[in-house]
Structures are given as structure tokens and as C-alpha cells.
Design a protein around this ligand. Sequence first.
Ligand code: ZN
Length: 198
Amino acid sequence: MFIEPSRKKEILHPRTGWIEVICGSMFSGKTEELIRRLNRAKIARLKVEIFKPALDKRYHEVDIVSHNETSIRSTPVQTASEILLLTGNCDVVGLDEAQFFDNSIVDICTNLADNGKRVIIAGLDMDFQGRPFGCMPNLMAIAEYVTKVHAICVLCGDVASHSYRLSPSQQQVLLGETDHYEARCRRCFNLGEKAKLI
Ligand code: ZN
């Protein structure tokens, strides 16, 4: 059987995959960083596929849109398992708003990386109460690279890592970032939480 030289090289030395996580609070530039990495992979002529949970419908059905309006085409999926079916021959898999996937996303990402794909995940590391958000701690544990990006506290100008919820709702998932949340440092976050109790 004839195997073309480039393919032969791939069979003898299969490319290794890995997992990258970009995490942080709201307004920290997670999605911008995801888009930057994916665009660079495209320049390198790698085949890129991007997914996000279907529940995130804030701006547009198909595009990932970050707050500074740079965007990139993505496919909304209802469940994590759909991702395996849709990533057959791609080199790089991007996931945005990963905190909204259930824990099965951990095995899916492991499977993708084991099969030679670069997986780049962006998501909120903490919810509005400062608790680890859903599947994100597990994704950070299995990743080769974790990057935590930060916002700026709107009250004092320090580095912010908390998403402070302005409205009284106690639901963990509340969409519509600019209306309901602001970035705060630990101190201003805690002061705000105390004031809510009064
Ligand atoms: Zn502050």
C-alpha cells in the first residue's frame, strides 16, 4: 500500500495532543484570548472547530462573540458528547463558556487530546458566590496548561478575579453579563456580599 511521505511521518511519529484552559472572572478577556489562540492556529493552516453550550444565546446563535466584538464562528451543542461526533478530522478544538457543560466534558476533552488534538477551553472558574464553577476545576486539573486572566475591579481598580452579581437572584446560571454583573477584587466582592445581608 502506498502511503504518502507526510502521512508516513504522522504514523511513525503521531502528533501529541494536549489541553489548555483559559479561566477567570467575567470581563477578564477569556474569550478574546481563546479567539487569539484559535486565529493563530488558523494561520498555521490547522483545521479548527469551535463549540459552545447551546444555552448561551446572548448575542448570536452561531458566533462566539466576546465583549470587544472580535468574533469567530462556532457551533452550539446541546450536550458534550456531540463534540466527539463533530471533531473527526480537525487539529484544534476550541470550547467557549465551558463552565456550562456537565462533567462528561472532562472525558470528552481527555479523549480528544489522547487522539492528538489540541484542546483550548475558556470558562468561568468561579460562580457569582465565589465557588468553583461546575466542570471547570476538573478541566483545570487534567489540563497541561492553565492560564488565569484577570479583570479590573470597577470599584477600586485592583486586579479583579470575582464576578459580582448586582441583582438578588440566587440561580447559578443567570445570563446577560453587562446588566447583572461587575468585576470586583476579593475585598470589594466581600464588602458587597456583606452589604447584601444588611
Ligand atoms: Zn476592589
